[in-house]
Design a binder for this molecule. Structure first.
Ligand code: SF4
Ligand code: SF4
Ligand code: SF4
Length: 253
């Protein structure tokens, strides 16, 4: 790529609901901020053209079978930079609930009598379990501004700022009543901030969609956990909605 050229970018989806691509398609007036710095050559949600000549590949969805694996490896070969977008691609996401369930029952529920016709892995994986990933945009779905920040950073060759402290920090700043006070359970103490604790602000809990912080044992929001007599490990073990793959990787380390 010549220095004056915009990087060519392509979007690819694997097992997921396409909600992250929808967030990008709905950038509205900020779409110009994106198009000023990159050239989109493939984006199934918004255009019919497709090109395999791209510099940056955005990957949405988790990897759940051999076909996915081979396709992702090809994309990795083609791209200079690979970015995982959304919880399914960054941490296995909702699909990884099956990682902690009886696989035969999961297959029966999804495919019924047709189960032998489909190849499916027992465990859903994020992109980084299969290939090297250069950048990640967290969330389910992703936040549009954070996506733009990551793209701007990669175009400028800078490290994007991605928080590595728990959601509790943002939640306290927002002066929310803690979910534990409401007799509910919340994984905010071990979940990566960056969403402005939006779910708790709306009166619910944090479900962990941005994935665990890098060192949940050491860095979890001790004040909250101590107050309720909990440890980071106990909080993580209560939730498999988003953490199933990450928990397993931590166990093997
Ligand atoms: S991370 Fe969430 S929004 Fe994105 S594909 Fe997965 S389920 Fe859909
Ligand atoms: S545990 Fe949940 S509700 Fe309580 S402070 Fe942390 S993020 Fe907020
Ligand atoms: S509060 Fe938790 S579940 Fe909600 S967006 Fe933030 S990280 Fe995701």
């Amino acid at each position: 790529m010549k220095p004056e050229e915009k990087p060519k970018v392509a979007f690819f989806d694997f097992a997921g609901c396409e909600g992250d691509q929808l967030q990008i398609a709905n950038l509205e007036e900020k779409i110009l901020d994106l198009l000023n710095i990159v050239e989109v050559v493939s984006f199934r949600e918004v255009m019919t053209e497709h090109s395999d000549d791209y510099d940056v590949a955005f990957i949405e969805g988790s990897i759940t079978d051999t076909h996915n694996e081979e396709r992702l490896k090809e994309i990795r070969e083609n791209a200079d930079v690979l970015v995982a977008i959304g919880a399914c691609a960054t941490i296995g996401g909702i699909n990884s609930i099956r990682n902690v369930q009886d696989f035969e029952k999961v297959q029966d529920r999804v495919y019924g009598d047709e189960r032998d016709h489909y190849e499916a892995w027992e465990k859903a994986k994020p992109a980084k379990a299969v290939v090297d990933v250069d950048y990640e945009v967290h969330g389910c779905p992703i936040d549009r501004d954070e996506f733009l920040h990551v793209v701007q950073s990669l175009v400028m060759g800078r490290e994007p700022h991605i928080p590595d402290h728990p959601v509790c920090v943002e939640c306290k700043l927002n002066e929310n009543v803690c979910a534990f006070e409401r007799d509910e359970f919340c994984v905010g103490p071990v979940t990566r901030a960056g969403c402005d604790s939006c779910c708790v602000n709306e009166g619910t809990i944090c479900w962990g969609c941005r994935g665990m912080i890098d060192n949940p044992n050491e860095d979890a929001h001790e004040e909250v956990l101590e107050e309720y007599g909990l440890t980071a490990e106990e909080v993580m073990n209560k939730f498999d909605l988003y953490f199933a793959w990450q928990k397993e990787v931590r166990k093997d380390e």
